[in-house]
Design a protein around this ligand. Structure first.
Ligand SMILES: Cc1cc2nc3c(=O)[nH]c(=O)nc-3n(C[C@H](O)[C@H](O)[C@H](O)COP(=O)(O)OP(=O)(O)OC[C@H]3O[C@@H](n4cnc5c(N)ncnc54)[C@H](O)[C@@H]3O)c2cc1C
Length: 267
């Protein structure tokens, strides 16, 4: 928790990411721990690795329609399993709707962009801004964070209302993945709002000096969200766990959570 993170000067921050605007930056917090993967590449590679090295069988394009003890009913027939981990993402109605309902989950819809800089830029680190400090509880719940949140509410009300914070990372082709917004509701919102993309880009241009940058992709994603927990682990039966990441961090925490859930089922 914060180990080896340290405050750096605006000049040091520019050494990592020369495209940052020095003007207006007071200092930055540097973390040496950040790693990122490109989900669309990493997920198929992980599946292939699990299949080849660990003999995992994947039943693609198959819906699970019911679970009864060790019997799993699917759209392609029955399966048997001694232990079952149900990870339905933001599908609250197919499996165990009665167990999910009391948690009062919402669907969080996010908008993100891919940006191509006009000239090559180098990102030696992922970049987040003060909007991120005002949003993530680890920072926002600190006394100083509360003061910052109040200031951001006053100065950037529209961005705060759309749950926007600026996070920019670089892909291996030099383009940037930039996000994101967070709007909570009862169903995924399929339509990306231009207004929200414009606000993300406004935040981006406030911290980066990248004339001529182009948006090359826009997308909408969703995840399950709870107001009182970041992870939900429910126990429909001794051999079954219902597991949902409800704080938007499943790509980071999924491995550790999986390890815990498996050892709990077999305990
Ligand atoms: C835009 C965006 C950015 C994100 N950025 C980050 C990030 O930077 N870092 C991070 O840690 N996390 C991030 N997340 C969150 C992360 O992606 C999720 O927490 C994670 O994907 C949850 O994994 P999961 O396997 O539980 O659910 P999902 O990824 O939602 O997968 C659930 C799968 O189960 C399938 N399914 C559901 N019901 C059934 C059924 N009955 N039968 C068969 N299949 C079923 C669904 O079709 C789906 O494929 C981001 C999410 C979004 C949308």
């Amino acid at each position: 928790m914060g180990a080896d993170c340290h405050s750096i000067t605006p000049g040091n921050a520019l050494d990592y990411v020369p495209a940052l605007r020095e003007n207006g930056m007071r200092s930055a917090l540097y973390s040496p721990h950040e790693l990122r993967v490109e989900s669309k590449d990493a997920i198929p590679k992980l599946a292939a690795w699990l299949e080849e090295k660990h003999g995992v069988s994947f039943h693609w394009s198959t819906a699970v329609t019911g679970i009864d003890g060790e019997r799993i009913e699917t759209s392609r027939g029955m399966l048997n399993a001694g232990a079952v981990a149900v990870c339905p993402g933001d599908d609250f109605s197919t499996l165990y709707p009665g167990r999910i309902a009391p948690y009062g989950l919402k669907v969080c819809t996010l908008q993100m962009l891919r940006i191509a800089p006009a000239a090559p830029v180098h990102f030696g680190a992922a970049v987040m801004s003060d909007l991120s400090f005002g949003r993530y509880e680890g920072f926002a719940d600190l006394p100083e964070g509360r003061a910052l949140a109040a200031r951001l509410d006053a100065d950037s009300a529209e961005m705060r209302a759309a749950g926007i914070h600026v996070i920019a990372v670089q892909s291996s082709d030099g383009s940037l993945v930039v996000g994101d917004s967070h709007v909570y509701g009862n169903a995924p919102q399929p339509f990306a709002e231009e207004r929200i993309d414009d606000l993300i880009l406004k935040g981006f241009d406030e911290i980066f000096d990248m004339p001529g940058r182009r948006v090359t992709a826009r997308w909408v994603g969703t995840y399950a969200s709870a107001s009182d927990r970041t992870v939900l682990v429910d126990r429909p039966a001794d051999n079954i766990r219902l597991v949902m990441v409800t704080g938007g961090t499943g790509a980071s925490t999924g491995f550790a959570l999986g390890e815990e859930v498996i050892s709990d089922i077999y305990a």
